[in-house]
Design a protein around this ligand. Sequence first.
Ligand code: 1HN
Length: 353
Amino acid sequence: MNAPHGPADERRHFNEDIAKLNLSPLWESLHNLVPKQPKSPCVPALWKYRDVKPSLMRAGELITAEEAVRRVLVFENPGLPGQSSITHTLYAGLQLILPGEIAPSHRHVQSALRFIVDGKGAYTTVNGERTTMFPGDFIITPSWTWHDHGNEGIEGQAEPVIWLDGLDIPILRFFDAGFAENDTEASQRVSRPEGTSAAEFGYNMAPVKNVGTMASSPIFNYPYERSREALATLAKTQALDAWQGYKLRYINPLTGGAPMPTMAPFLQLLPAGFPGKPHRSTEGTVYSVVEGKGTVFIGGSEFRFEPQDTFVVPSWHSVRINADTGADVVLFSFSDRPMQQAASMLREEFLDT
Ligand code: 1HN
């Protein structure tokens, strides 16, 4: 036991004194500042589409896309309340656009990706070119590109369209590097026919003149049909990875790297009945279920999943995914991998049990 004015009291008084000078003693916080291994405040979580969709449709009755600017329900990690973050580095949400609506044109330093979850026939325009959305399409909005969305449907038939938005918002906030501006018109002028960038860069070819490498991919829609076909072909003939099944990453064809500097997207197929082995990584990863049902084990948590559900795997939590028998599972995911790789801090482990 310490005397009334023993060393512990003196240290406490010392800490209080130096706090007035905006100073703090490192020896009190060192173990937290430099942990032996990552201790994320993010927690594993799964949002069932069945539960979220009614709220999103209700939002559609309460506010227009134009008034909201973007009508989105944000996935908030329960461990990061009020921060509009699904992990420390990533933002994710589900956006709804109803037939006839417009989400007005703007641009910002934050990069965005879209993964179409429900409905077809909405469009997004990025830097003067439109692309029509179909379920499973992966679409990017690179940093500082003008973008607006609309929903005119296909051949006069329009339906509500919902997609997963992924943005690097927390990263920009961390660096205090965010700028944004609104366009002069709600919808930007379309200056290139739909399909132009796909024709230029989407066939393992590139224009000969006036193409440098670009920080973000010049392809802005990676259609599901093609990515899905690639996985189906591999699954027929190639050996299965015991951890990840058949997993491909989307690339910037001009660099071979991720389509955007801050986020890496993936599509993977787990054959029906696949019993995944556990894996852990310092990446935080967000998953969107495209096809099939199964169970995901994240750290000590376990979740059942089905198509259109969203789940999050925080840094350094082991993840193991089992596909139910009956149907193959297809998962889209994105993570902060490119930033971690650029800073040489990515670590991952493939475990046996
Ligand atoms: C944004 O611009 C979009 O363009 C979606 O669809 C979500 C969240 C925060 C800031 C900007 C979009 C966003 C966003």
